[in-house]
Every structure is written in C-alpha cells, then in structure tokens.
Design a protein around this ligand. Structure first.
Ligand code: MG
Length: 407
C-alpha cells in the first residue's frame, strides 16, 4: 500500500518536472533559439516570436541589413564576441554577418573596402581606436553605416558617441537596433621635413591629432602600463618629457592671421571627452563642423606642469577659471575653433593621430569633414516620455548644450 502511494507521488513529481523542463526549454528557445539544440527545437515545436509583433518596435532590424564585422584578432575574447554577433543576427533573422580579421599589414581599411564590395550595409569595427580609425577611413563619405564594438583601452571615439563600453551585448544591440547619426571626421595632411622621416600623406582622425609633447607622450607610453592604466599611462609618459625644449610653431586657423609662438603642444580635436572624466577641450562637439584647436604651454619645470594638468582637470570639472594661484603664471591653454588649421613647425616634431604615433613632420594641416561619417549610436533617451518631461521640468540650465554630460 505504502509502496503504491510512494509510486504515485514519484510519478506525479516526474510528470511535473517534465512539464517544467519543457516549459523552461520552450521559453529559452523562444528568446534565443540557438541556446536549444535543433532536435529539441523541432520536437518541442519551438518558434521564435512573430516578426510583425507590434508590441516591440523592431527598429533597424526590419531593414534586413547585412552586417560585416572587422575584428582585431589580438584582442582577448574576440572569438566569443564573434559567437555573440552571429547569434545576435540569427535570433533577429538577419542574414549571416560577414566576419573579417585585421592583419598587421592591414589594420582594417582593406577589409572594410571588401565588406562594402560584398554588399555590407553596416560595417562594424571590433577593436580599439586603431581599428575604428582604419574602418572609418573607408566608411567616411560612403553611403553606408559604421558600427563600433569597443574592445580597446581608451575607446575614445566610442566613449564620445555614448556607445556602451565593456558591455558587448549592449554594444551589439546598438549596432543592430541603434540610431544613425552623422558625425564629423578630421583629416590631417602630414608634410615631412625630411624624406627619411617617412612619406607625406593624408590620414583620418576621429578623436584628437596632436603635435609636440602630446605625441611624445603617446610615443613614450609603455604598452604594459597602457594596458593596465589606460589613458593615465600618458600622464606618466609626460613626466619623462617635462624638461624638454618647447617647440616653435606658426599656427593658422582658417583665414585668421598666422600666430607665431613657442608652445609645448598643439592639439586638434574632433571630440573633447577623455577617460577619467577629463575634458581636454571643453565643449568640443562631434557634429558642429569645426575642429577645436588647443595650444598648451608650460614653463618653469614642475610648477608649470602641475598647473597645466590642474587646468585640464579643472576644465573637465566644468571650472573655466582655474582655482590654482595666479601668482605663478607659468602655464596657459589657448583655445580656438576652426575648419582648417595649419601648423608650420620651426623644427620637425612628433605627430600623433588618435593615440598612434605618425612619425615626425615639418608641417601639418588639419581640416574637418562635416557629417562625413554615419555611425550607429544608442537611441536617444528622449524616446521615454516620462524621463524627458522630468528632465525638462527641472532647471534646463543644468543641462549642458553639448558633450558635457557625465560619463
Ligand atoms: Mg567639432
């Protein structure tokens, strides 16, 4: 008798467990079909939700776009990202994306060109700022869209466009379902002072191109330190160049009169936000059709440097009038906005483009290419009416005009 009761209870528990397992498997399968083996998908009649569901806006994915990913294979975890990308496309019934790897000889331009030739609608750079720049060089002035899966140390361009960092699933969602935004890019013409310094050429920059100390810092930053500390490694590198000579340069912005002066560095910025909440160039906008030019100068050894870095950090904190004592006026930042900047150097100086060394130059010319690149970015939060009305209800003066939001 007792054995019969136990048997019945056991059977009931078994049936419940089986039903539970089927329900859970079906639910998982509907959300992400690739998580359930093909046999079980067929046996349990698992079908993903209908495409024409009106409850959830499908956004960009209804365009049936063809994606291409251009990945830097040296980044850790890139094969896992590939799986995630394939799955993200599969569950949205998008065509299987193309996948290219960059090489040492070709950091992404050749692959991006190939992707466009093969009909990619969205070309996604998977890597750091170097890969992003190489892909952008091809995508600028094309009629196609660029996406970013940030996997670098700085990820400066992605950061400035609010692309999710350290969160591949969110970045993938942005790439597939985000909004398209036209942004400016910069081009820099490099004129070498001497043939042994390399070839003349034109390069794209998305973040900041700089000459002088800024480039010395980039060249001097230790790779291991860079991996560990990110952008702050550059500040450590700066220490090694504090006693260096200042450089003489003639700077011409648009049609203004050329200015001849001595300085530490000239920066041309397409964006202004750097890691750690630091804004080297406040208010720089990525879509205003202008580059922000800053010349930085510091004298008097360590005092001047401390003040200069203090000024940069103060600007990041929104303090335009630096709090440091004005008695020792040893550093200054001059800031101007323009479409074209020519820097004629008295002696050849190191150049950096988006954090990569580009050798020495005798003369550089930077110019903005307004709205040349269309990038897929996260949808604006204004879509949520509750939040938007709350924000406008509070003091509108609190909201900065552009680029000054918290990271
Ligand atoms: Mg700008």
């Amino acid at each position: 008798m007792a054995a019969d009761v136990l048997g019945i209870i056991g059977f009931a528990v078994g049936v419940v467990a089986l039903l539970l397992a089927v329900t859970v498997t079906r639910r998982i399968g509907q959300r992400d079909p690739l998580n359930v083996p093909h046999f079980w998908r067929r046996a349990l009649v698992i079908r993903p939700p209908a495409m024409d569901s009106t409850d959830e806006p499908l956004g960009a994915l209804t365009r049936n776009q063809r994606l291409a990913f251009i990945a830097n294979p040296t980044k850790a975890g890139v094969s896992h990202v590939r799986e995630q990308a394939m799955r993200a496309c599969a569950i949205r019934y998008l065509p299987q994306p193309m996948w290219f790897y960059t090489t040492e000889d070709d950091p992404g331009t050749g692959q991006a060109r190939q992707a466009l030739e093969q009909g990619a609608d969205v070309v996604v750079a998977v890597g750091g700022d170097g890969t992003v720049r190489a892909v952008a060089e091809v995508m600028a002035n094309s009629d196609r869209i660029m996406g970013i899966l940030p996997m670098g140390t700085g990820n400066l361009f992605a950061r400035n466009l609010d692309v999710p960092l350290n969160d591949i699933p969110s970045a993938l969602r942005t790439v597939i379902e985000g909004e398209d935004r036209a942004v400016d890019v910069g081009w820099i013409d490099i004129e070498r002072a001497h043939p042994s310094h390399g070839e003349n050429g034109t390069h794209i920059f998305l973040v900041i191109a700089g000459v002088g100390l800024d480039a010395e810092m980039v060249a001097g930053a230790d790779d291991r330190l860079k991996r560990r500390l990110g952008w702050f490694a550059y500040f450590f590198a700066a220490a090694a160049h504090m006693r260096g000579k200042r450089m003489g340069a003639t700077v011409t912005v648009d049609d203004a009169k050329p200015v001849k002066s001595e300085m530490r560095t000239v920066l041309m910025a397409n964006v202004g936000r750097l890691p750690g909440g630091i804004q080297l160039i406040p208010d720089a906008s990525v879509s205003d059709g202008k580059l922000d030019v800053a010349t930085l100068d510091a004298r008097g050894g360590i005092v001047g440097w401390t003040e200069l870095f203090g000024t940069v950090i103060a600007q990041g904190a929104g303090i335009t009038e630096p709090w440091l004592p004005r008695l020792l006026r040893t550093s200054r930042i001059d800031h101007v906005r323009g479409k074209e900047i020519v820097v004629d150097l008295a002696s050849p100086q190191k150049i950096q483009i988006d954090g990569e060394s580009a050798g020495r130059a005798g003369k550089i010319r930077g110019r903005v290419d307004h709205g040349a690149l269309t990038v897929r970015v996260p949808p604006k939060p204004a879509e949520k009416p509750d939040k938007a009305s709350k924000a406008s209800a509070s003091d509108p003066a609190d909201v900065p005009e552009d680029g000054n939001h918290e990271i």
